[in-house]
Design a binder for this molecule. Structure first.
Ligand code: SF4
Length: 284
């Protein structure tokens, strides 16, 4: 498969220069490198600029409610363990409305990849403060500057026992493609928080702003099997900002505990002899 084999029927309507274009390119390159067939990929999203993502690629897709891509992705994976499940969502969607689902997914270690387009704004609704907006930032919902400290998604995932935690940058497509392939090979939940410039509503954290600060963990001697070291790195956010794999381990995924789907995915099982009338009556 080539990256162009995943191009959807509709063209993206993101603003020209939006970081989402690079994330889309990196995902298609990763799918191609992993030689994934369109029919075996499921792209799940919520609401937001990032969540339009599944409309622009030719794979199975499901646009869910605001903040709900994680439980839907978990359900899709449990129903069909053959599916290669990816969540594409924004920081507002996943760390705001979906925060509880995000933490539960880290703890449970559901086997799918989440790529969070983190632009530090609710951009689809025209640039309001999101959970990751830096303190002091002025937006139309924080006219005198944000007073709450931002959520740190990497630290949060690490403290919730996530088994694969990474950060990418939309300005480095090849590095992001590599992160997506590594996350895909991981069994269990993989988070890639992607620093995504929003050219329309975030004039602070621009492509250039990030380029001046970013360095790669792989080139700094970081030990990605050391959770405490990873937590230390996750709090670096000043003139130096790390990207790469903060942490990964091999703990068992949630799905691997389910004997019922060990050999045959749920969707392939013969349920014709199972009587569910009584159960249905309970819900009627
Ligand atoms: Fe991208 Fe921001 Fe435009 Fe949304 S508003 S499409 S995030 S540049």
């Amino acid at each position: 498969m080539k990256p162009e084999d995943y191009i959807g029927l509709m063209k993206p309507n993101w603003c020209p220069g939006c970081g989402n274009f690079s994330i889309l390119a990196a995902a298609k390159m990763a799918f191609s490198e992993l030689n994934l067939d369109n029919s075996e990929i499921a792209a799940i999203s919520g609401i937001g600029c990032a969540s339009k993502f599944p409309s622009w690629i030719k794979v199975n897709s499901f646009d869910t409610l605001h903040g709900r891509p994680f439980p839907v992705a978990a359900g899709a994976k449990i129903a069909n363990t053959n599916l290669k499940v990816f969540v594409f969502c924004g920081d507002g969607d996943c760390y705001g409305e979906g925060m509880n689902h995000f933490i539960s997914t880290c703890r449970r270690n559901h086997d799918f990849v989440a790529i969070v387009h983190n632009n530090e704004r609710y951009a689809l609704t025209t640039g309001q403060t999101s959970p990751t907006t830096d303190i002091g930032t002025k937006t139309k919902t924080s006219l005198y500057g944000v007073t709450d400290p931002p959520v740190n998604p990497v630290a949060l995932a690490l403290s919730a026992n996530a088994s694969f935690v990474a950060r990418g940058f939309a300005g480095d497509i090849n590095h992001l493609k590599w992160l997506v392939t590594e996350a895909f090979k991981h069994r269990g939940f993989s988070l890639i928080d992607v620093l995504q410039p929003c050219v329309t509503f975030n004039t602070v954290n621009t492509l250039e702003w990030y380029k001046q600060r970013i360095y790669k963990l792989e080139e700094s001697g970081h030990n990605s099997s050391d959770r405490m070291a990873a937590i230390g790195k996750s709090f670096e956010w000043s003139d130096k900002i790390p990207i790469g794999i903060f942490y990964r381990d091999n703990r068992a995924s949630y799905e691997s505990y389910l004997d019922q789907i060990k050999d045959v995915p749920l969707v392939k099982q013969d349920i014709s002899k199972i009587k569910i009338d009584k159960l249905m009556e309970e819900f009627m």
